[in-house]
Ligand binder design. Structure first.
Ligand SMILES: [Zn+2]
Length: 507
């Protein structure tokens, strides 16, 4: 047994901190409060330290990386992750493994030839990770690629039946919900009726539908309304992923979107949302393109980019719609060696170096990299960020990607930044509120049993940190700088080595 003594306990519920001790028996919390521990207990003094539940990343893309024992999240205090977001899950891939690997490549960032035919296979593999407990949403995008490849079209009746079957299989194996990525082809081509059928399956089992909506720019409010309508029609619990208004001209829409969500809550719709504590987003370079250009997959895209008048048409559409200047878009990864020197540069600078228009640079890069490149865009306002994150419906997430280039600092610093910069320095939240948004809130939202709170009988997932020191040093220039002030992290009662795991330790 272990006894954490003299701790300031922030229990995850949002209640005020209190002084006391916590007794751990194996993987379970045995007692909490003021008492003397039994004899022969391993006593750990926590004077001047906060003891909180392990943090839960409610929107993770570490589906593959978490299996490797990567510690970027653990160093921040994360002990559980909800993966499979934005339509991208690492399963099912029984009939088209190559297509699924290609579809998920830039988001899941796996480098091996992984293949999990079903949710059961993936969740079995994920049950043995050394660092975090893994919970998964089944991705609508992945299911669609498994069924119909990269084709953008409504599914046939038979295909829809198969989709439902795959969703049910995933739930039976333990998936905590479904996710959609409606800005990512081919999931983006799904008509509302298709989403409705999936949401019905989720509603039947009380599971969540987490959605990367159709639009976060000029049509943000329409996109929110579509999701609220889907939730009303199906009774499905709705989680709006990384709620934000992208682009200066659209910042005023944030308040309207929040008002619509709160009206729906008042009517009884079960809706909540999440956000990461940074002003820049991180995604695939192809997100700059109109969706139709991706119909049929990368090879079809390459054909279009090689055809002069189609290329001009795409450029015209991008110029008419892009919500941020090229100086605010940065290349964060490129697959080949030849363009590594451009990683970290803005698209405006890349275009200048190449002596061409930024649209042309995007097209050329996509051709040179076979579509495999990612970007970071500064596109949100601080005022909106505060509005979203401090809303009682919000949980706070990393949305971090392991791009093989320059990372977004959120992969390394989200939770320490929340507790340091936003909580201690800027006073956006009390410590109890901030901890609640990264512990009990996600646990309740996704139905993670016995996690997210410090309670007798709960799993002993625990973070011990110095409230005066906790913070993130990771920034856009140096994203890989580790956090400060995290004393130790326990998952299921085991102290985790924050320096990393060797392969034999994982066996
Ligand atoms: Zn997303």
């Amino acid at each position: 047994m272990k006894y954490l003594r003299n701790a300031t306990i922030v229990d995850g519920s949002g209640a005020a901190p209190f002084r006391g001790g916590i007794l751990l028996d194996g993987e379970i919390i045995e007692a909490i409060g003021s008492f003397e521990p039994p004899l022969e207990t391993d006593v750990i003094d926590c004077s001047d330290l906060v003891v909180a539940p392990g943090f839960i990343d409610g929107h993770s893309h570490s589906d593959l990386k978490v299996l490797d024992g990567c510690v970027e999240k653990t160093r921040q205090g994360v002990t559980a992750e909800v993966v499979g977001n934005c339509g991208f899950s690492a399963y099912p891939m029984e009939t088209r493994p190559e297509a699924v690997r290609q579809f998920t490549a830039e988001i899941l960032c796996g480098d091996e030839r992984w293949a999990w035919p079903s949710a059961r296979d993936y969740l079995h593999a994920a049950a043995h990770t050394p660092t975090a407990s893994v919970y998964s949403l089944v991705g609508h995008g992945t299911i669609r690629v498994e069924i119909a490849g990269m084709e953008q079209r409504p599914l046939t009746v038979t295909e829809l039946d198969r989709m439902e079957g795959l969703v049910d299989d995933a739930f039976a194996a333990g998936a905590v919900g479904i996710s959609t990525g409606l800005m990512y082809a081919p999931g983006s081509s799904a008509p509302l009726e298709e989403l409705e059928r999936m949401c019905h399956r989720a509603a039947l089992r009380g599971k969540v539908h987490a959605t990367h909506m159709r639009n976060y720019g000029a049509k943000l409010v329409e996109a929110v309304d579509e999701q609220l309508e889907l939730a009303r029609r199906t009774g499905c619990r709705l989680q709006i992923s990384h709620l934000q208004a992208v682009g200066t001209a659209n910042w005023h829409l944030q308040k309207v979107a929040l008002d619509h969500i709160h009206q729906a809550v008042d009517e009884g719709v079960d809706v909540a949302f999440d956000g990461y504590p940074y002003l820049a987003g991180n995604t695939t370079l192809t997100q700059l393109l109109p969706q139709w250009t991706l119909d049929g997959g990368v090879e079809s895209l390459e054909g279009r980019l090689r055809t002069k008048d189609v290329r001009q048409q795409i450029a015209a559409e991008i110029r008419a719609n892009i919500p941020f200047p090229w100086t605010d878009v940065y290349l964060t990864s490129a697959a080949s060696a030849r363009n590594q020197h451009l990683v970290g540069m803005s698209l405006a600078a890349v275009a200048e170096e190449r002596g061409e228009d930024p649209c042309e640079s995007v097209f050329d890069l996509l051709l040179e990299e076979s579509g495999k490149a990612t970007m970071l865009t500064f596109n949100q306002s601080e005022e909106n960020l505060r509005l979203v994150l401090t809303d009682p419906l919000a949980m706070i997430i990393t949305d971090g990607l392991y791009v093989p280039g320059r990372h977004h600092p959120r992969l390394h610093g989200t939770f320490p930044r929340l507790l340091g910069d936003l909580c201690r320095r800027d006073r956006w939240f009390t410590l109890s509120e901030a901890v609640h948004k990264i512990t009990a809130k996600p646990a309740m939202r996704f139905g993670l049993a016995r996690r997210g709170l410090l309670r007798k009988g709960y799993f002993a997932d625990i973070v011990i940190f110095d409230p005066q020191m906790i913070g993130s040093q990771a920034d856009y220039e140096h994203p890989e700088r580790g956090p400060e002030g995290i004393h130790s992290v326990y998952r299921n009662g085991e102290r985790i080595n924050l320096l990393g795991w060797s392969q034999d330790q994982m066996e």
